[in-house]
Design a protein around this ligand. Structure first.
Ligand code: 5GP
Ligand code: ZN
Length: 143
């Protein structure tokens, strides 16, 4: 628990939230400033800033909760689809430094954008550069 973390304080029950799911490792609650009806945040109960800080078991329970909750949230608000995403780090727009997945219900014709809209200008990458990046990632995964 981090004393000055809003989401730790929600996990601890110090700050009220509309909790929709809880298990030993994960809490899910409605976003206070929703982008759509049903906008839900899914957080590990332990304080970790970004996904890279979450240990493997924490990642499994976090994904399991996102996986089971997403269709339930969609159905609850009669959504046609959803975006499920993390702002993972400050440069990616993360404002609350306690890792959280967003489940954002989407509706036909809602005027929203796909996740492709979140990044800056598309880079121009040659075939060689793409090969090198793929190799670097694959090699690092093997280590
Ligand atoms: P981020 O930009 O860090 O990915 O998103 C943080 C989200 O947390 C925002 O969508 C914001 O509306 C939500 N949020 C911030 N403070 C609170 C709070 O005290 N309670 C709840 N339920 N949501 C919050
Ligand atoms: Zn926290």
């Amino acid at each position: 628990m981090s004393e000055d973390c809003i989401f730790c304080r929600i996990v601890d029950g110090e700050i009220p939230a509309r909790v929709v799911y809880e298990d030993a490792d994960v809490l899910a609650f409605l976003d206070a400033n929703p982008l759509a009806p049903g906008h839900t945040l899914v957080v590990p109960k332990a304080h970790h800033e970004t996904l890279r800080d979450v240990p493997p078991a924490g990642g499994e329970s976090l994904f399991a909760a996102l996986h089971s909750l997403t269709p339930v949230v969609e159905d609850a608000v009669d959504a046609d689809a959803s975006n499920v995403a993390f702002n993972n780090g400050e440069a990616a727009g993360q404002e609350v430094p306690h890792v959280h997945g967003h489940i954002i219900p989407r509706f036909d014709g809602d005027g929203g954008r796909p996740v492709h809209a979140v990044a800056g200008d598309r880079p121009e990458l040659s075939e060689d550069e793409l090969d090198a990046i793929a190799d670097d990632i694959a090699d690092a995964v093997d280590e």
